[in-house]
Design a protein around this ligand. Sequence first.
Ligand SMILES: Cc1cn([C@H]2C[C@H](O)[C@@H](COP(=O)(O)OP(=O)(O)O[C@H]3O[C@H](C)C(=O)[C@H](O)[C@H]3O)O2)c(=O)[nH]c1=O
Length: 186
Amino acid sequence: MQVIKTTIPDVLILEPQVYGDERGFFFESFNQQKFEQLTGVKTQFVQDNHSKSAANVLRGLHYQISQPQGKLVRVVAGEVFDVAVDLRKHSQTFGQWVGAILSSDNKRQMWVPEGFAHGFLVLKDNTEFLYKTTDYYAPQHERCIRWDDADIGIEWPTASLAAHAIPVLSAKDQLGLRLVDADVFV
Ligand SMILES: Cc1cn([C@H]2C[C@H](O)[C@@H](COP(=O)(O)OP(=O)(O)O[C@H]3O[C@H](C)C(=O)[C@H](O)[C@H]3O)O2)c(=O)[nH]c1=O
């Protein structure tokens, strides 16, 4: 496993060591000890999630204002453009975003710490997204920020949306707030 830094120091890309042979491949998708050694993050994951989406779906940008969740995310089928947005008010990178292509091919993972909003745009049909979270789902604390907030300015690879003027959003995500109106972490 190797760590790739991003423009936001606390957001990391993890790239596993993949062992291929004539049968296929094997890799450790998570190892607590290696995760802590590589990232310096000592945390415990309490929930695994799994979602499947068609191309052009955009899920997010979500976070829990209380019981914030750190997320270790990866793609086991298909491809997404995965995004984390810094919502920590006193952070030097407050309001900034990082994005990365996560796919079943590159097997890359993104570590999204507590204090960030998270979302992804699905680039291929039948994309399956798995992630570990450091706290439990708490819908009463869930918040949503608009995917297209101009103040954040995420550069989504919308060329893949050619057939759609906008991504396919849940009703909840259609009501996302602008950052300026949203709860943030103080
Ligand atoms: C997140 C979650 C959802 N649910 C139920 C609630 C709904 O009945 C259904 C779909 O939930 P939702 O539309 O919020 O799912 P996503 O839009 O994929 O939300 C996730 O997508 C973005 C990218 C994230 O980073 C979050 O982890 C998470 O908010 O699953 C649960 O039962 N447990 C859960 O942990």
